[in-house]
Write a protein that binds this ligand. Structure first.
Ligand code: EPU
Length: 337
């Protein structure tokens, strides 16, 4: 088991901040995870479990141990004529898993194409896009408690999923390491093409089928979201706020063309990207940090020289503008460390 010292995290965070971890380890299986976590040398130090670093903002160097589970297996657990149960290791690249699934003809995660990150992090924030959330297809999440090093297996319901949220971000924040995730996929399925823009993109591609839904989602994402290699970013920086219907109605009477999603009879979700754009921030820079010019929900490391505090300073200004203009608080979606 290799543990590296003064390890550069530049390639392990998609903002590409030039920062270091005192110690870094990438265990390849459960035994190696337990080995590194039980090492007395690190017991007293802060510990951070890292995935692909695509939803994290490091404010500075990490004075402790970063563990990046690198379990790289995809196993079929069970199947029948209609369905298939698949387990993927925490270290599997999410989009490679989606590509694998689409190639095999398994339905369920095609709308989640091209989301950066690893399988192990996907349940933590219940990744979602284009009308699908990962909670729709997860059957079980397996991992290890960091304090006792005992294993756990949570069924879907026990993960307490909601919009960009789960038990792993709440009661169990910082207390577990996810080792693998089980999914229920289908051999025949209904394609979800209702999300704005998906149908239009599919029409350009011709036939409506599984692989074209993946292609359509990839095309839309590539047209709106910055490539982290070109400009460091962590996808949506804020969550879309869910507000009471009265607040949404007031906003919609002032801005009849505002986009919104009805959550239920009581709550409405308002796209934060729209509010940020309306507040004049789209494409604006502040020092080395900027608001992406095609999707205002994404903050970028514009010059490649930004640090976490510059991005956070920009985020705070944006939150203030949105609050002043709309009276609505927008919450960060990225994990600040
Ligand atoms: N909008 C604007 N200006 C902008 C951005 C958006 O007016 O600068 C408007 C759009 O025109 C649209 C609405 O806001 O009417 C929603 O925009 P979009 O479909 O691009 O999605 P989003 O709500 O901004 C969410 C997810 C994304 C996901 C997309 C597609 C969150 C926090 N973000 O963004 O997820 O890809 O929907 O489903 O829920 C991520 O989590 O990192 C992420 C990229």
């Amino acid at each position: 088991m290799i543990i590296q010292e003064h390890f550069p995290l530049k390639k392990h965070n998609t903002f590409h901040f030039d920062i270091y971890a005192d110690y870094f380890s990438a265990p390849q299986n459960e035994e190696e995870i337990i080995e590194v976590l039980s090492n007395v040398r690190f017991k007293a130090l802060p510990l951070f479990v890292l995935g692909a670093g695509s939803n994290v903002l490091f404010k500075s160097d990490f004075k402790g141990l970063v563990v990046k589970p690198n379990i790289q297996v995809i196993n079929i657990i069970d199947e029948n004529t209609h369905s298939i149960w698949v387990e993927a290791g925490a270290g599997v690249d999410w989009d490679s898993f989606v590509a694998w699934s689409v190639e095999k003809g398994y339905f369920g995660i095609e709308n989640l194409s091209l989301i950066p990150g690893n399988v192990g992090a996907s349940p933590v924030q219940n990744i979602g896009a284009y009308g699908v959330e990962i909670m729709d297809v997860i059957t079980q999440v397996n991992g290890i408690y960091l304090d006792t090093l005992e294993p756990f297996s949570f069924k879907n319901r026990e993960c307490k999923f909601s919009y960009r949220n789960s038990i792993f971000k709440n009661t169990l924040k910082g207390k577990t390491i996810i080792t693998s995730v089980q999914f229920l996929l289908h051999k025949q399925g209904e394609l979800k093409t209702d999300y704005r823009g998906v149908k239009e993109e599919l029409e350009k591609l011709g036939e409506v089928n599984l692989s074209n839904v993946r292609k359509a989602v990839i095309n839309i994402r590539e047209s709106k979201l910055p490539d982290p290699e070109a400009a460091g970013n962590a996808g949506s920086f804020f969550k879309n706020p869910v507000v009471e219907k009265q607040i949404a109605d007031k906003l919609l009477s002032a801005y009849p063309n505002a986009p919104y999603y009805k959550v239920d009879d009581q709550y409405t979700k308002i796209p934060a990207g729209w509010m940020i754009e309306q507040s004049g921030w789209k494409g604006k820079a502040m020092g080395n940090a900027a608001v992406h010019d095609k999707q205002a929900l994404v903050l970028i490391n514009k010059t490649g020289e930004a640090n976490g505090n510059e991005i956070l300073a920009l985020a705070a200004e944006i939150q203030k503008s949105v609050k002043d203009k709309f009276g609505i608080d927008i919450e960060k979606e990225v994990n600040v460390v």
